[in-house]
Design a protein around this ligand. Sequence first.
Ligand SMILES: [Zn+2]
Length: 371
Amino acid sequence: MKKLTKTVKCKLILNDEQFNSIKNTLVSFNNACNDILKISDENRIKNKFRIQKLCYHDIKNRYRLPANLVVRAIARVSASKKSKIFNGLSFDLDARTFSFKNMKMSMSSINGRLKNISTCKGDYQRNMLDGKSSTSAKIVYDKKHKCFFIHIAIDYEINDAIPSGNVTGIDMGLYNIAYTTDRLKFSGKQVMHKRKQYIKLRASLQAKGTKGSKKLLKRLSGKEKRWMTDVNHNISKQIVDNNSCGDTLVLEDLKYIRKRIKLAKKQRTIVHSWAFGQLQNFIEYKAIGKGLIATYVDPRYTSQRCSKCGFVHRSNRNSHQFICKECGYTANADYNASCNIRKVYLDTLADGVMSKTPKATPAKAVASPCL
Ligand SMILES: [Zn+2]
């Protein structure tokens, strides 16, 4: 068995008192970091034990931080490559300064232990965290939404024997939400139609701008989200159910999907608001639950490359049809792309990269914001 670490992001639901306690802890943590940095620079030491020996008590007294937060601040300064001012948006927790159970957490703060903090309960988070324990987390302030998130690092084990089973490539996009090398296809046609209706309805409600229309808008957004979640649950379930224990599912790096789909502005709104990240998360946790591996690759040129002969050219792809200009291979464009995604993964395996580093395995953090 191989151990991997994954980060799961959860929004904290806080009352005013808890919010202020965490905020003050964050400010003190960062002030402490900057002080420690100064001391480390002045004394030209980077080793955390030496820094600790030099300033632990002084920092602890000055900032009234819990002992282990001082240790974390020292560790952070010691690990930082360059001497730069700490930006004040996050601080680190360890086994002594936080715990969580049943989606509730407790953590140390400058005002003592904060207990029974609720976290949001997205399906993804619940499935990833269920029955797991963690010894490391980070509290992160979301400046835009003025709220705190906890990024929990969890360890889980994967079977070393993997990948012994089938390897399935999955292409995601607009025309087909997902297309797999097993020829499982989820057309985006209906989904797109419904999204257009939502967008139209939203625009007309926004134009109205009355109190009633704002209320309706909010309800609409909730309804749309639930519908999208349902669709994603359905697709992910079918993909995972089509495989068995030991099989590998290969997904595209999400950043790449967004970059690749170059569409008219109107369509772009639709694409960017489609929850591909959520779909990937659903596939991932359902896969883990069934003993499959979900892995990510950087699938550059997967839509332009011929999966038969490897020839890459933009003109190979003609709308939804793929016709290789070199060997004449013809296939559905999304199917061809899924074959390439699978191939990228198999090539990495052949290079021996996968066995050495867990980077291309589910260790990669793709945790989504809460639903
Ligand atoms: Zn070809």
